[in-house]
Design a binder for this molecule. Sequence first.
Ligand code: ATP
Length: 251
Amino acid sequence: MPDREPLIRVENVHQRFGDNHVLRGVTMDVYEGETLLLLGGSGGGKSVLMKHFLGLLSPLEGKVWVKGTDISRMSERQLGPVRKMMGMMFQNGALFDSMTVGQNIAFPLLESGLKDEKEIERLVTESLEIVRLPGQEDKMPADLSGGMRKRVALARAIVDKPACVLYDEPHAGLDPITADSIDHLVKCLQRDHGMTNVIVTHEMRSVFRIADRIVFLKTGQIYWEGTPEELQASEDPELKNFVEGDSGGEW
Ligand SMILES: Nc1ncnc2c1ncn2[C@@H]1O[C@H](COP(=O)(O)OP(=O)(O)OP(=O)(O)O)[C@@H](O)[C@H]1O
């Protein structure tokens, strides 16, 4: 996508935890307005990489730019405006069980210093409408199905109107129909609200349905990148086995 500016640029990023050298020189771009799927085997560093986009982790080596600004070594205070541009939907939803749905969604607004109660209420209502859960403000997370919890988590991720939404395994634990409804929301955010989506998932049906571009991470580096059509047509055994869910074992 050479005609578009990268929203996020990652260059030669290294990260390690003790002896575990998780990222070994990752270089990639995320373009404005695209839906990018980040694939790779379990424990390969996808979530770790995504945390660098928000400055939740700082690279040991290399750089991360967001909208042309190097965020690699920013302080928490400097990262404030960067994080406002990014909404994160965490792996298990990460809702506060003691708060209502409305309070959960309002949380990032309060954190960013918004005090106008009417405006907060308006933004929460709007966010719940976008994720197709209108009027659910007073429910408690425990009263919701898994799919509804994910949608509330998404409502919270988008309540501050971020430029980019990061999703860590949004389909995990969902039945195929509920996973499909998440996919529709993802594309709606891209199409109708101009948001960029970066998604880590193992759900291959969703990958082929929603991806504009795919990046495949292996042993801490970008192993492959391309379109869903290119992935489908690839003869690379690594990619073929991943797409087909084939571990190589005999049945
Ligand atoms: N804060 C941390 N401290 C120590 N090790 C960590 C930390 N975060 C991640 N790791 C390790 O980094 C590696 C990559 O983890 P990561 O969660 O990014 O994998 P992943 O590709 O997202 O996997 P999955 O698909 O299973 O979610 C794992 O070995 C994990 O144990």
